[in-house]
Design a protein around this ligand. Structure first.
Ligand code: NDP
Length: 298
């Protein structure tokens, strides 16, 4: 008998998370007489980045926070960008700083991230935060993997003892994802482009997280029956039948659905979680800066 797995509605989960953040923001405003603030820095004219930044701004305002946008030309010099970060580090209205990546080639991305005050690093990319995460300390955690963990815990409850395979080892998704799964007591394998026999590595997993950036490369037959699959990939492909562009993930979902317990769709799975978690992280950073305990239920 073929069983069909369920899809995980990340869009609905993200909407609930944003509502909870909005409640937390209202409490913060009542006790601190100011709104939490998120500053987003956009360098250059990249159309996709512009759309992300506009969406972030709208959602920041929608949960009751202050949104500050700093647009700079692609020609900005490294020192000028570092001066802006320094200014935001010292700005009491700003609780979170996000520099939209990628930056132009002449800018040293690592130096820019290193310049952000770790207590305002709501993307969780600063080495202080990645080091804290790796050593089991309280940290601001990268938004996409934290969103994935929330979806997994909602679906599976306790993750303790489960076999988890993360495909992709980037600093922004794969590595922090592996750390978070380890913190949940999973047995974690981090696979990448040099992994031998990826199909059989994936096949032993109860939890598969695909963060590669290759359209539908994880095949349905690789998935162990009953596994839960989180598809982080966002790939633009052209449909062979109608010639239209569409977005697909890193997992061949149409094949995988018959094998899985549950899977995140693309779009509508992990994607909506990222901005919701960014807002959550900004509220967490605002609480820490105000000397308040972490907000509950987030
Ligand atoms: P990167 O390009 O930084 O990393 C990709 C990883 O995939 C690398 O570790 C690479 O291995 C590995 N890889 C490449 N080819 C293979 C292969 N054939 N087999 C196994 N592993 C392979 O990507 P990101 O982590 O930044 O993003 C991954 C995907 O997630 C992208 O599609 C991106 O658009 C999406 N994304 C989605 C977000 C969301 O909000 N939903 C947020 C962030 C990313 P190696 O290290 O050996 O080169």
């Amino acid at each position: 008998m073929t069983t069909i797995g369920k899809t995980i509605d990340g869009k609905a989960f993200a909407a609930v998370l944003r509502e909870r953040v909005a409640e937390g923001v209202a409490d913060f405003v009542a006790s601190q007489s100011r709104k939490p603030g998120l500053a987003v820095v956009l360098v250059g004219e990249d159309a996709a980045s512009g759309v992300y930044v506009r969406n972030k701004g709208k959602m920041t305002v929608a949960v009751g926070m202050e949104s500050f946008e700093y647009k700079r030309p692609a020609s900005i010099g490294q020192e000028d960008l570092l001066d802006l970060i320094e200014e935001l580090n010292g700005d009491p209205r700003v609780d979170g700083i996000l520099v939209q990546l990628p930056l132009p080639a002449h800018i040293d991305e690592a130096a820019v991230i290193a310049a952000i005050d770790p207590t305002k690093d709501v993307d969780g990319f600063h080495v202080v935060n990645s080091g804290r995460l790796a050593t089991g300390q309280k940290a601001l955690v990268p938004c996409t993997p934290l969103g994935c963990i929330m979806l997994l815990k909602d679906e599976l409850g306790d993750l303790s003892g489960l076999e988890a395979v993360v495909v992709g080892r980037s600093n922004i998704v794969g590595k922090p994802m592996a750390q978070l799964l380890l913190a949940e007591n999973c047995t974690v394998t981090l696979a990448h482009s040099r992994t031998r026999d990826l199909a059989s590595v994936v096949h032993r997993a109860d939890i598969v997280v695909a963060a590669v950036g290759r359209a539908e490369m994880v095949k349905g037959a690789w998935i162990k029956p009953g596994a839960t699959v989180i598809d982080v990939g966002i790939n633009r492909v052209t449909d062979t039948e109608d010639g239209k562009a569409r977005i697909v993930g890193d997992v061949a979902t149409a094949e995988a659905i018959a094998h899985v317990r549950a899977i995140t769709p693309v779009p509508g799975g992990v994607g909506p979680m990222t901005i919701a978690v960014l807002l959550r992280n900004t509220l967490v950073a605002a609480h820490a800066r105000a000397g308040l305990p972490e907000p509950v239920g987030l």
